[in-house]
Ligand binder design. Structure first.
Ligand code: CLF
Ligand code: SF4
Length: 487
């Protein structure tokens, strides 16, 4: 059992306590939330992308069985053999359906957190649909407790509704970046449809119409659809509220606005033409304008198409072909550890909810207070359980008079390089933490603490191993009551 996700050994210590100075904000209500049917909650509660809470506990595997695509987005370049890049469209190796099954069994037996198998590229999840459905069929037969999850550009999704339902694919993502063809034609180079390649506004219209039709047909059939939108500054940033409203009307379960990743080295059209991605604060500003519309996903990590593990960690390189057992040595699927892990997670969730009970009340007493952004170093389990120097990403929470909310993450190279600190990494870390007032870590060295203090960011160890939301609430209350929290 992987102890780092749920550190049960910590329970008898301070791990279960709510924060100090405030009873803490956080999940105080037993799910499902009042606006969610029980059947829907049952589908999402262990899906790390569809439930923010679940992403602290559960892992996904992407099997890279979909190499080709029927459209060309200006932000995409499908690459192989790039182990160091973490972004969609990049894989180290592509798989046949049988190889995918072999890999999923090996990962499932080694990673009890695994709850979802996704197909998310490196091309389109439905272009080579026979291969995709063959893969899902093999996996569903061998590991029926794993959820199946499909990601597509939506061009052909309405042609495959019956297969999606037959295979119990309950979760489908469609990437919809625009409703307006004038905007969309700046995002796509071409669309291959009905045996020919379309470009310009005609291509955009075909794609947008097909996406909307697919979304409607899926939601009518009861499939939970997440809509991804890539935020491209000066192209669709001001248009995304319309997209959000339109997909909400058509029954989308979640809307995930992701920042454009753009770099000339990636060889994409946007990378080569200098189109920049949004800053973290620009992304947050757009997401904030969508509040009250379709439910927002803010914990996306823009995974590789062969990602393995919790969101934010990628264990894909542990499970490449050369690391998998040969077919002769492979163990059969064993669901026991996964079942045991789910029982422990349920128990842990109950404890966490109790620790957070009454938290919102404390935040409500500070309704006039300015919101506070707090970054957290965590390895999962919903706790502050990672050293500052080991963090490759920081989870960002916003506290205000309404409570504490997860609002995103910031990536940076980690400071600690096996026993010594890499000072060159501190500036990029400080840049990545723009707008953050406080960092909560399990531990931090004096060097980085002082450097961050010079940049106006305080790093606190006072909530080590505690639950995140109550700790953030405690810091919020202390800061806004001008009570100093000393490290
Ligand atoms: Fe994979 Fe996508 Fe399914 Fe999740 S990812 S196919 S819904 S199992 Fe998740 Fe990764 Fe973001 Fe995708 S963090 S890129 S939203
Ligand atoms: Fe790349 Fe996906 Fe766009 Fe196809 S749909 S070009 S795989 S991002």
């Amino acid at each position: 059992m992987n102890q780092q996700v749920i550190p049960f050994q910590a329970r008898s210590g301070k791990a279960g306590k709510a924060g100090k100075g405030c009873s803490g904000c956080g999940p105080s209500e037993d799910p499902p939330p009042s606006d969610m049917p029980r059947a829907v909650w049952d589908k999402i509660q262990d899906h790390p992308c569809y439930s923010e809470e679940a992403h602290h506990y559960f892992a996904r595997i992407h099997v890279a069985v979909a190499p080709a695509c029927n459209i060309q987005c200006n932000y995409c370049n499908r690459k192989y053999d790039c182990a160091n890049e973490s972004r969609p469209g990049v894989v180290s190796e592509r798989l046949t359906p049988e190889e995918a099954l072999h890999k999923v069994i090996a990962v499932a037996n080694a990673v009890p957190q695994l709850s979802v198998v996704g197909i998310a590229g490196p091309g389109d999840g439905l272009y080579d649909f026979r291969r995709i459905f063959a893969t899902f069929r093999l996996i569903a037969q061998a590991l029926p407790d794993l959820k199946l999850c499909l990601s597509t550009n939506g061009l052909t999704v309405s042609d495959h509704i019956d297969d999606i339902l037959d295979l119990n694919i309950d979760h489908v993502t469609i990437t919809i970046n625009a409703l307006d063809a004038e905007i969309a034609e700046r995002l796509y180079a071409w669309v291959f449809f009905c045996t020919r390649r379309w470009t310009g506004r005609e291509a955009a219209r075909i794609l947008l119409d097909r996406q909307m039709e697919g979304l409607e047909r899926l939601t009518e059939a009861g499939v939970l659809v997440k809509v991804n939108s890539v935020l491209v500054p000066s192209i669709n940033d001001r248009h995304l509220p319309e997209v959000n409203a339109a997909v909400k009307r058509r029954g989308a379960f979640l809307h995930n606005v992701m920042p454009l990743i753009s770099n000339p080295a990636h060889g994409t059209r946007f990378g080569l033409t200098g189109q920049r991605g949004p800053t973290p604060m620009e992304l947050k500003a757009v997401q904030d304008t969508l509040a009250g519309g379709a439910r927002l996903m803010r914990h996306c990590r823009q995974c590789r198409a062969d990602a393995v593990g919790l969101l934010g960690e990628d264990r894909g390189q542990e499970f490449t072909r050369e690391h998998l057992p040969s077919a002769a040595d492979a163990l059969p699927p064993d669901p026991v550890a996964r079942a045991a892990y789910r029982v422990l997670v349920e128990e842990e969730r109950q404890i966490r909810r109790k620790a957070s009970a009454g938290a919102d009340q404390a935040c409500h007493s500070l309704t006039a207070a300015t919101p506070l952004l707090v970054a957290v170093c965590t390895k999962g389990g919903g706790r502050i359980n990672q050293h500052f120097g080991h963090a490759r990403e920081f989870q960002v929470f916003e506290a205000d008079g309404q409570g504490v909310r997860f609002i995103g993450h910031r990536r940076a190279d980690h400071y600690c390089q096996g026993g010594w600190g890499k000072d060159e990494n501190l500036d990029p870390i400080i840049t990545a933490l723009a707008g953050i007032a406080v960092v909560l870590a399990a531990k931090v060295g004096e060097g980085p603490r002082a450097a961050l203090a010079r940049a106006g960011i305080r790093v606190l160890e006072t909530h080590a191993l505690e639950y995140i939301e109550p700790s953030v609430a405690a810091v919020f209350a202390a800061e806004r009551n001008t009570f100093r929290v000393s490290a």
